[in-house]
Write a protein that binds this ligand. Structure first.
Ligand SMILES: Cc1ncc(COP(=O)(O)O)c(C=O)c1O
Length: 374
């Protein structure tokens, strides 16, 4: 059997990782400014993570959600503290799309409505509702095109207020820094106006923090830069440092109902252990502060470089937009200078390194990057 061929791949076989570096099967070392798509938060193969996961695997890998799993409560307690949302509750699942799917479902159970507002260029995942609120017709299959969603321009508050005022909108879903959309930033004025309008018209505000959250922006959540409090917050990617896991943080206005939400694998023992190990390291190594410090340095230095149309971002979520397509430039950076980066569309390079990127590694990246763009 062959693999279903849906990914355009680089011809590189990564077999080893440590911190912000990975190695291919020929022993070539690469600087990882991509973090396996913003997933590696505390660095590859962190010894504390490896030790905790190994120990858990030798104790119990999995049991179902029909029995008490005290690790889940430990994750909830720690996540409440670290994020500043101690009064919210937590529902655990396995992927970002699943988190958004459950958020939209919960919003609809809550207010009985079915319309959703989403931003132009938004990306929220590939399952039925998550893909419907994703503004990319190429990945919305006819069966997912349920007519629930209106896409609106980011930061155009009057346009969103006009739709909300109709009184029939179930939920607004928003990335406070758009990832796939090209590192587009939500303004404070827009976020606060939107939050007020959602409250006024009984609409649930969902912040998708799957890529921009979990410390990446230099605060625990990107929306915390904008001083808003969403009703639902979705997290994934960095929460497990590569172990598939996701979470839905739920405000106290929602009442849980037995059986309404559920999952076989969500919140299993290994996933919870991964999340606990990640939070240990984030706290011990001050990784949110590090993301802020190193990210601010990188942003400032990148803005000084000639040949880039615009540099955008916050913390270790950075986009560099070029006048021309960056395919060749990115390939050269990878093949000749051994740096992994991400991409948005055709003209934007995306940096999503592990949150432990050091100043030295950031400087090393700048040296290699300058060689390519000069
Ligand atoms: C903002 C955002 N939301 C949702 C998702 C979907 O997450 P997953 O691929 O884990 O389903 C992604 C993935 O890239 C994302 O960037």
């Amino acid at each position: 059997m062959k693999l279903f061929d849906v990914y355009p791949l680089f011809d590189i076989n990564i077999v080893k990782g440590k911190g912000c570096h990975v190695w291919d099967d020929e022993g070539t070392e690469y600087l990882d400014l991509y973090g396996g798509h913003a997933v590696i938060s505390i660095g590859h193969c962190h010894p504390h993570y490896v030790e905790m996961m190994t120990k858990q695997l030798n104790t119990l890998g999995f049991y179902s959600n029909s029995v008490i799993n005290k690790l889940q409560q430990q994750v909830a307690t720690r996540l409440g503290k670290i994020s500043g949302y101690e009064d919210y509750t937590l529902f655990l699942i396995n992927s970002g799309a699943e988190a958004n799917e459950n958020a939209l479902k919960l919003a609809s159970f809550h207010n009985g409505r079915t319309r959703v507002l989403s931003a132009q260029k938004a990306f929220h995942g590939r399952t039925s509702l998550a893909v419907e609120v994703t503004n990319n017709p190429k990945i919305i299959a006819p069966i997912n095109d349920g007519g629930h969603v209106t896409y609106l321009p980011l930061n155009d508050l009057p346009a969103w207020e006009e739709e909300l005022a109709k009184g029939d909108v179930c939920a607004v879903i928003l990335e406070c820094i758009q990832g796939v959309g090209g590192i587009k930033m939500v303004t404070k004025e827009f976020a606060q106006g939107l939050s007020r309008a959602c409250k006024k018209y009984g609409t649930v505000l969902i912040c998708d923090e799957i890529q921009c959250g979990y410390g990446r922006s230099g605060k625990f959540f990107a929306h915390q830069w904008l001083d808003i409090e969403p009703d639902l917050i979705t997290v994934a990617k960095g929460i497990g440092n590569g172990f598939p896991m996701a979470g839905l943080l739920i405000s106290p206005m929602f009442t849980p109902v037995y059986g309404q939400l559920g999952t076989t694998f969500g919140g299993n023992h290994l996933a919870c252990t991964a999340a606990l190990a990640v939070m240990d390291v984030m706290e011990q190594e001050n990784l949110v502060e590090n993301a802020h410090k190193v990210g601010t340095f990188l942003l400032e230095e990148l803005k000084k470089l000639k040949g880039i149309k615009e540099v955008r971002g916050r913390g270790l979520m950075i986009g560099m937009e070029f006048e021309e397509p960056i395919k060749e430039l990115r390939l050269k950076l990878l093949k000749e200078h051994h740096v992994f980066t991400g991409v948005s569309g055709t003209n934007v390079i995306r940096l999503l390194p592990p949150l432990c990127l050091s100043m030295e590694e950031a400087k090393e990246f700048l040296v290699r990057f300058q060689r390519v763009i000069s």
